[in-house]
Ligand binder design. Structure first.
Ligand code: PMP
Length: 364
């Protein structure tokens, strides 16, 4: 019944829910360690929680369809105009709206091998042709991606840092890439993990918007800001592009609680600082653990890390589940020898590493 592109879709595979595994193992959900969905292990910001609770009192009213307060806070934070912002029900929503606005059955959409799973999904759903460009050292081969652009290309997705590989490109590399892309092709710079990047060598997509009117920067409150359940993302672009996206997005795509929590968390700089610290320490802890076990891993700039466990990856994933630890297999990304683990709190990382050491002997 469905159109061709939709019939060919493989659905997005989310991480196994904690409650489901707890039921299967007969454990208390508190005993499960879930490091599968790149969530913030800190738990929510107190400021976001207080704002969300208060906003619940308005649950019988429609949300502010224009998200005025949140857009105002984002505009002030990033030094852009409110009419450059488009809000999304998570950045996935915005990625989909972008595909619907700028590509069609006649178009090609370019992305990298091992890039975020939603790019091929939104491409196929509109019947456009996805062009997956072979990766280089697990990351985007930006030169090859620029060369893959044809006169049919309408859209290019670049994740920086990328999920699930954690690879990143410098500002210089991204600018050199943008210089090569024709002005009639939209480039989406997906910066879902940008808050974890420290250092001037990494791009701030928003600072590039003046020079590249065909650029859309996508960001999210799901990761460093700790609001994954509430589904809030946004894009920043030229006003002309934002105007198009805002015509097509659903009128109330971000709900009142989400708007309030996101606006409040932007005031909680201490939460972001803590999230960065915990993440950097956790990445080191995991990398050291992998080195002790002599497991190769892809150095990561996100809040997760892909570790190479070999042909038994699926069995090791299952053995970890049996020990109450949920990680993410990435065979669906074409990485059947890797598992992706999100950075947790120190004791969660330790439990994962201990379970992995056992799983390697039992399953490996
Ligand atoms: N982009 C990338 C690269 C991601 O890894 C994710 C989350 N998995 C998203 C976008 C979407 O996040 P959300 O819809 O929660 O904003």
């Amino acid at each position: 019944l469905a159109v061709k592109g939709v019939q060919a879709l493989s659905p997005y595979q989310p991480g196994k829910p904690i409650d489901e595994l707890a039921r299967e193992l007969g454990l208390n959900p508190a005993e499960i360690v879930k490091l599968a969905s790149n969530e913030n292990p800190l738990g929510p910001s107190d400021k976001a929680m207080a704002a969300a609770r208060k906003a619940l009192e308005e649950m019988c009213l429609y949300p502010d369809g224009n998200g005025f307060d949140l857009k105002q806070a984002l505009a002030a934070r990033f030094g852009v105009a409110m009419n450059q912002i488009t809000l999304g029900n998570g950045s996935n929503d915005t990625l989909e709206v972008i595909a619907r606005c700028f590509a069609s059955e006649q178009s090609e959409v370019v992305f990298s091998q091992y890039a975020f799973a939603v790019y091929p999904i939104v491409t196929q759903a509109i019947g456009a042709k996805g062009v997956s460009v072979p990766a280089k050292d697990w990351g985007h081969d930006l030169d090859a991606m620029a060369e893959a652009v044809t006169e049919r290309t309408r859209l290019v997705f670049v994740a920086n840092p990328n999920n699930p590989t954690g690879t990143v490109h410098t500002a210089a590399a991204i600018e050199a890439f943008l210089d090569k892309i024709p002005a009639n092709v939209i480039v989406v710079l997906d910066e879902a993990y940008c808050e974890y990047l420290v250092g001037d060598e990494y791009p701030d997509g928003v600072a590039l918007l003046n020079r590249y009117p065909n650029l859309i920067v996508c960001r999210t409150f799901s990761k460093a800001w700790g609001l994954a359940a509430l589904r809030v993302g946004y894009s920043i672009s030229s006003p002309a592009i934002a105007d198009i996206l805002n015509r097509v997005r659903q009128p109330f795509n971000v709900d009142t609680v989400a708007l309030a929590a996101a606006t409040a968390v932007l005031e909680d700089e201490a939460y972001l600082v803590k999230a960065r610290e915990v993440n950097a320490a956790g990445l080191r802890q995991l990398a050291e653990g992998f080195e002790r076990m002599a497991l190769p891993y892809i150095p990561s700039f996100g809040n997760f890390i892909a570790v190479e466990v070999g042909d038994a990856a699926q069995a090791i994933y299952q053995a970890l589940l049996a020990r109450g630890v949920i990680v993410r297999p990435v065979a669906g990304y074409g990485m059947p020898q890797h598992l992706r683990v999100s950075v947790g709190l120190p004791d969660e990382n330790e439990r994962f590493l201990a379970a992995l050491a056992e799983a390697l002997t039992s399953a490996g």
